[in-house]
Design a binder for this molecule. Structure first.
Ligand SMILES: [Zn+2]
Length: 338
């Protein structure tokens, strides 16, 4: 954890950042060049930047999780950058080497502007996060959507290992998706490939229209049905946020909880049927808090074939292997072996 010196370090970092931004615009090498570290790197640092916490970890070359730290996300963009830089330096000091750095972020870096877009943690939107971190650390830093990092982690050495095409789904406070094909994130022209949470709920029932308003400006997005808070609201009303007790309540005979979980599984199956019809991945890996709901792994394989345009649909629906570590692991794997 960042100690008492983190505040002073953060101030120093911010001073350096401003100085670097004024004096020396950072020009980045093309991806994969890695000339400054070739032959030296043994560990990869991954950072999972969330709205409430920042987690950092270092992976050994074989994928073993080494140093790991977690702090609360500070208020404001510049303090967030400084905190991440401090964590990287602490980990590198402990390991005694300079590492590659990848960051998983909510949202994505727009190819049109080079700035973060689509982040529900809106302090990041419009910021050149990867370039600002590169200026702070004096090296190239890679940033990628957090759901893409999750999919990459599970495809690399997790539940989807050995599959050519992996669709990763995060069912948490939001609903994200990511695609990994042949070991690499499929980003897409707009960098929105896999952003399935903001597709609308397929085959809606009359009482599911027009659907709840979504923070993205549309209504009835899958996220407004499938996220943890959405499930809680569907069961217990507009003030509810926490769905974690619903499986236990259903098992204890709470009919309202049972019905809400059934509606949720059916909606998730309809949403995933679109993914199968479009992408037909070799497996689908579930992450986020709701991926702990064991009934999904029996309910979804039974529901999915009803909606998929195929005589057979046996797409494996798998729980993630790396759990809460998938964010940092996927971010670290943004620097694959050269
Ligand atoms: Zn939306």
């Amino acid at each position: 954890m960042a100690g008492a010196g983190a505040g002073a370090q953060a101030a120093t970092d911010m001073a350096r950042l401003r100085k670097a931004a004024i004096e020396k615009p950072v020009s980045l090498e093309p991806r994969g060049s890695g000339h400054h570290t070739r032959g030296m790197v043994r560990h990869r640092i991954g950072i999972d930047l969330g709205g409430t916490k920042i987690e950092v970890a270092a992976l050994a070359p074989d994928g073993a999780l080494r140093v790991r730290r977690r702090i609360a996300t500070p208020e404001g963009y510049e303090a967030t950058l400084a905190a991440m830089a401090t964590l990287v330096r602490e980990v590198e000091r402990e390991l005694g080497e300079t590492c590659t750095v990848g960051i998983g972020i909510p949202g994505t870096i727009s190819p049109a502007t080079g700035l973060v877009k689509n982040a529900n943690s809106t302090v990041l939107n419009g910021r050149a996060l990867d370039r600002d971190m590169a200026a702070l650390l004096g090296r190239e830093v890679r940033a990628e959507n957090d759901a893409n990092c999750f999919a990459l982690s599970e495809a690399a050495d997790g539940a989807g290992a050995g599959c050519r095409v992996v669709f990763g789904v995060i069912l948490g406070t939001g609903c994200g998706g990511g695609i990994v094909a042949d070991g690499a994130v499929l980003r897409g022209r707009q960098r929105v490939a896999g952003e399935w949470g903001h597709n609308s709920l397929p085959w809606p029932n009359p009482d599911e229209l027009p659907g709840p308003p979504c923070w993205c400006g549309r209504s009835g997005c899958l996220e407004t049905w499938l996220s943890g808070p959405s499930l809680a609201r569907d069961c217990d009303g507009p003030e509810a946020r926490d769905a974690s007790e619903l499986p236990a309540r259903a098992a204890a005979g709470d009919a309202r909880a049972r019905a809400a979980l059934d509606r949720h599984a059916d909606r998730l199956a309809r949403g995933l049927a679109h993914v199968v019809n479009l992408l037909d991945p070799d497996c689908i890996v579930l992450g986020g808090g709701l991926s702990n709901m064991a009934h999904l792994y029996t309910a979804l394989p039974a529901l999915l074939p009803r909606h998929v345009f195929s005589d057979v649909c046996d797409t494996p629906i798998l729980p993630n292997r790396h759990g809460d570590s998938s964010g940092v692991r996927g971010a670290a794997w943004l620097w694959p072996a050269e």
